[in-house]
Design a protein around this ligand. Structure first.
Ligand SMILES: C[S@@+](CC[C@H](N)C(=O)[O-])C[C@H]1O[C@@H](n2cnc3c(N)ncnc32)[C@H](O)[C@@H]1O
Length: 206
């Protein structure tokens, strides 16, 4: 999976590739889908949500330029797969999921893998996690109409953010770096995510 679907397609960050190689993706998908766990596709994880495609996980993780000392905020815990990859790479991960059952299942999976450097919260991640801010990086794993303002406000100077931006039909990964003149963004390619539902995102009935 790592060599053929990720490195060969352009993500060459050595620590990110090592993290992808060391976290068993089949652990995070329903047992009936285990045979497809290493295909480069998103898979259903229940409640209408998905575990993201491995290439996209790699691309977004590399965009954060993760350092061992970083504190990272992730919005959209989902299965916990992306959380586990981040936890492998940085000092501490703060992850928020709006659906309690998914959050609980993810927490159990990571505990079983012995991953202990993660803080979990159930709630609206479009508000960020103000009492734990600032963050060296913020990763949003659901699509928002624009980068939620509270998230930019919770970035440390030099902090990086990656957010799929768009509607259900058309989305683009937007990567930002907070510099002295504000958030400098670049577009990092098309993507397809479930919607971010929250106060600074799409409404509940979207
Ligand atoms: C594509 S899935 C995440 C995939 C996940 N990163 C993984 O590796 O399995 C998007 C997740 O975002 C969650 N979500 C949507 N809106 C949210 C919000 N405002 N706050 C927190 N989580 C949200 C969804 O419930 C869903 O679990």
């Amino acid at each position: 999976m790592v060599a053929v679907q990720i490195a060969a397609r352009g993500v060459r960050h050595p620590r990110v590739l090592a993290a992808l190689a060391s976290i068993p993706r089949h652990w995070f998908v329903p047992a009936r889908l285990a045979d497809a766990a290493h295909d480069d596709v998103p898979l259903p994880v229940g409640q209408g949500q998905t575990i993201s495609q491995p290439f996209m996980v790699a691309l977004m993780t590399a965009a954060l330029e993760p350092r061992r000392t970083d504190r990272i905020l992730e919005i959209g815990t989902g299965s916990g797969y992306q959380t586990a990859i981040l936890a492998h790479l940085v000092r501490r991960v703060f992850t928020i999921e709006r659906l309690p059952d998914l959050a609980q299942a993810a927490r159990r999976r990571l505990a079983e893998l012995g991953i202990v450097n993660v803080e979990y919260r159930v709630g609206d991640g479009s508000l960020g996690w103000p009492d734990a801010a600032p963050f060296d990086g913020i990763l949003v794993t659901a699509a928002a109409p624009s980068i939620p303002a509270p998230l930019t406000a919770q970035l440390a100077p030099g902090g990086r953010i990656a957010v799929p931006v768009g509607d259900l039909a058309l989305q683009e990964l937007v990567v930002g770096v907070l510099g002295p003149a504000g958030l400098a963004t670049r577009r990092a390619g098309g993507c397809r995510f479930v919607p971010l539902i929250g106060r600074h995102a799409f409404p509940e009935n979207f």
